[in-house]
Design a binder for this molecule. Sequence first.
Ligand code: FAD
Length: 465
Amino acid sequence: MDKKIGLFWLRDDFRMIKNDGLAEATINHDQVIVFYLYKQEIYKYQEAQKWWLSKSLINFKEKLNKFNINLEILETNSFKNFFDKLTKKNDFKMYWNKVYEPDFLKFDKYLSNIMQSKNISYKICKGNALNEIDEIKKNDGSPFKVFTPFWKSAEKNFLDKIPPKQKKIKKTKSKITYFKSCIEPEKILPQKKWFKNFEKIWLPGEESALKELQNFIENRISNYSEKRNFPNIIGTSKLSPFIKFGQIHVETIWDECKNKTKSIGTTKFLTEIGWREFNHSLINHFPYMLKNNYSKKFDKFPWKKNSKFLSAWKKGLTGYPIVDAGMRELYSTGWMHNRVRMIVGSFLVKHLLIDWKEGEKFFRNCLLDYSPASNVSGWQWVAGCGADAAPYFRIFNPILQGEKFDKEGEYVKKWLPELKNLSSKYIHKPWEFNDEKFKLGRDYPYPIVKHEEARLKALDAFKKI
Ligand code: FAD
């Protein structure tokens, strides 16, 4: 047993199952501290996630208590400064799991160098992914830019690996405190209390993640392929915020699905997990895409700045019911159905000609499952400027999309009660509805743009690049 203290740096791994870094710390040391570094700057535009983070810290602190481990939360402006100070001591060995984002991986290298130069022991373990980024490359060593061959190779690589023996977290001998000036998790909560509604819908934590997965496997996975596109029903797993915060490892999802189910739905569902891996691969091989267009020709795209349109979009007041319902679902629940994410995204960049980066920023602030890889890739997919993206000229018609995926308008009526009296004939085109009790412009906005005109303008703008 190592006499030093085991320090585990908690990032996106709020779980006991398949948490290699934490398990190793408890196996090797009698005394372990888990610490979380809260950097306000990271969460500046991630308001919704502050709520999930705060709740997750409370939940994880309780879990760790049972293992005699203290979770200490520290506020810092700079990871670098924090570790420069910490590594002045040498009474610990540090452990952490990878986060597959370029800034984190770059920092891992920096920290490793510091620790080596000071003779401090450390161990970096695998993070929440099926494969390491470097494992999946084309035969010529270059990164994949198209999803299907990526996934073929990634799935094979994962299956060919001999599964490592699962390391279990051990109860440590005695509980200690280590850091000074810790903060309480409640301090992280957003100032504005709009998140109160989240509390009625979500229960952040590992137990809920595992329960949601079992529920999904038992009741929905076999029909996932057919039902995943319909926002009026719960057809998907809704595991995304749990996955983002590492409350469940994707290997656990893989094992549970493979062991308990065999259906086309299972294959399709695991392919979606594959998209997450693909997005990680993209942002690490092409990190410039986190802030800029993956496809450089879009750098010259004539985006329009229109604060009135942008504000109507954010508030769900565009006059297109499926778009507005999606935006209200997002604000109210911190989540939006994937099909509707594509529809509202397409509407912003194609009908309103507003730069995808505006949408990306708003989603970042409102989504509980926000992840840089999937958000940036999702937006660039929609805008047509990403790798393996939907072509720009394929413009979603919000009326037809609504009629196809929310035929009776149940989803729309749930989020837009002002349209509750409209029949399915009018629900996706309320401007055709005439009734004394329902007045366009008073009860619901006129469409801010006309679909056909907007479509032609978008195609025109696209021709310019
Ligand atoms: P399920 O259908 O049950 O899928 C299971 C898991 O697979 C998801 O939890 C997620 O981890 C992964 N997954 C599913 N679809 C995708 C996808 N298209 N791309 C990448 N991973 C996927 N997903 C995020 O996790 N974070 C984001 O910030 C995010 N932003 C997006 C922005 C846009 C514009 C678009 C079009 C998509 C975005 N997505 C994002 C992808 C997708 O919408 C969500 O992952 C999905 O809706 C989550 O719901 P679920 O857990 O029920 O998914």
